[in-house]
Design a protein around this ligand. Structure first.
Ligand code: BGC
Length: 359
């Protein structure tokens, strides 16, 4: 009981100090949360609040464990404070989506020193000490993006298109893996002269506003851009908004990722070439299962090993398969129950949904 009150006071103090708009989700009122989760933000992708929080909570509830899910709202000091509070409260397991490897590592090391087991969720903390890593095969995500762009450019019969790249945050190891994936597909086409290498930029903090500014500058410097790799649906939407101003939306293929409602709408509108569907339900369920095993002092079952090139160690991991989504199979994401039809088929999208067989 005391711990529960202390934890609520701490959350209140943090919210009152204005460092971050954190939302707690504590089950088993008054009892000790055994598993603490810190999500990164709610702006770089809709997924963290609409999917990850929901499915992690569902998995913990189904298992009947006490848990707490917080969101650092892209604030590194709030991230650290939240982790310290969870460690002080005596969680058994800490699961984080790092904001960068440096802050992630500091928190993981503190947890380890306090005897708290740790999991890297979705993003690997380079040089970190997490016991497990659960994610999708992120290089495969990038490969699907590269192949998706090639398919759209082929369908559009583009000749020697200039390709622009809006990569994710450079401090997110996933961004590096996505880029490795799509550059693996596009590189040979640049070498052969089939495509032309255009502007290529990391977008700090996956920030959509920065992405819009960056793409605007790219279009000014190189007005003949003919294809855009955007590392997720938010960055894609930023590029599409710039293209719209020039009446070029729908003419220049743009990739994406996360199968967000907005991404699916942009695909249905013909403004976005593809997205990558990562079924976060499976990711959350796999991570929750490992967390519960760790909380019970058991060893979890993993299926892969991922090499941390900074820490020079293999990390036991679970890597799930991503799926490419185009206009032809947008339906699959909705039929799967990942995004609700009424989130996508609003206003002008009702008719587009009907045309795509979405009910
Ligand atoms: C995740 C993506 C997400 C991005 C921005 C990445 O680490 O894998 O799903 O779009 O972060 O939040």
């Amino acid at each position: 009981m005391r711990r529960g009150i202390l934890s609520l006071l701490a959350i209140g103090a943090l919210a009152a100090s204005g460092t971050a708009a954190c939302t707690a989700n504590v089950s088993g009122a008054g009892s000790r949360p055994r598993i603490g989760v810190i999500l990164p933000d709610s702006k770089s992708s809709a997924r963290w609040e609409t999917a990850d929080r929901k499915y992690l909570a569902a998995a913990f509830k189904a298992a009947g464990v006490d848990y707490e899910i917080q969101n650092a709202q892209n604030d590194k000091s709030a991230f650290t404070t939240l982790a310290e509070q969870m460690i002080t409260q005596g969680v058994d397991v800490l699961m984080i989506v790092n904001l960068d490897s440096g802050t992630g590592k500091a928190v993981l090391d503190k947890a380890r020193n306090a005897g708290v087991a740790t999991i890297d969720y979705d993003r690997l903390t380079l040089g970190g000490s997490a016991r497990y890593y659960v994610s999708f095969d992120n290089a495969a995500v990038g490969t699907l993006q590269g192949q998706g762009l090639v398919k759209c450019l082929t369908d559009a019969k583009a000749t020697r298109p200039v390709i622009a790249e809006l990569n994710g945050s450079q401090t997110d190891n996933n961004s590096t893996l996505f880029k490795e994936g799509y550059d693996g597909v596009l590189g040979p086409k640049f070498t052969s002269g089939e495509y032309q290498k255009g502007p290529d930029q990391w977008i700090e903090e996956w920030d959509n506003t920065r992405a819009g500014t960056a793409f605007e500058q790219m279009m000014t410097a190189q007005p003949d851009i003919g294809g855009v790799i955007a590392a997720n649906d938010g960055l894609a939407n930023a590029a599409i908004n710039v293209l719209k101003k020039q009446g070029l939306n729908g003419h220049i293929p743009v990739t994406g990722q996360d199968a967000t409602a907005q991404g699916l709408q942009n695909i249905l509108a013909g403004d976005q070439c593809m997205t990558v569907y990562k079924d976060v339900r499976r990711e959350a369920a796999a991570a929750a299962k490992l967390a519960i095993a760790l909380a019970k002092g058991e060893t979890g079952v993993t299926t892969a090993k991922v090499y941390d090139r900074v820490g020079k160690r293999d990390v036991d991991a679970i890597l799930l398969d991503p799926k490419a989504i185009t206009r032809q199979n947008v339906r699959d994401v909705i039929d799967d129950g990942y995004v609700a039809a009424d989130e996508v088929c609003t206003g002008e999208f009702a008719a587009r949904c009907a045309a795509a067989g979405i009910k």
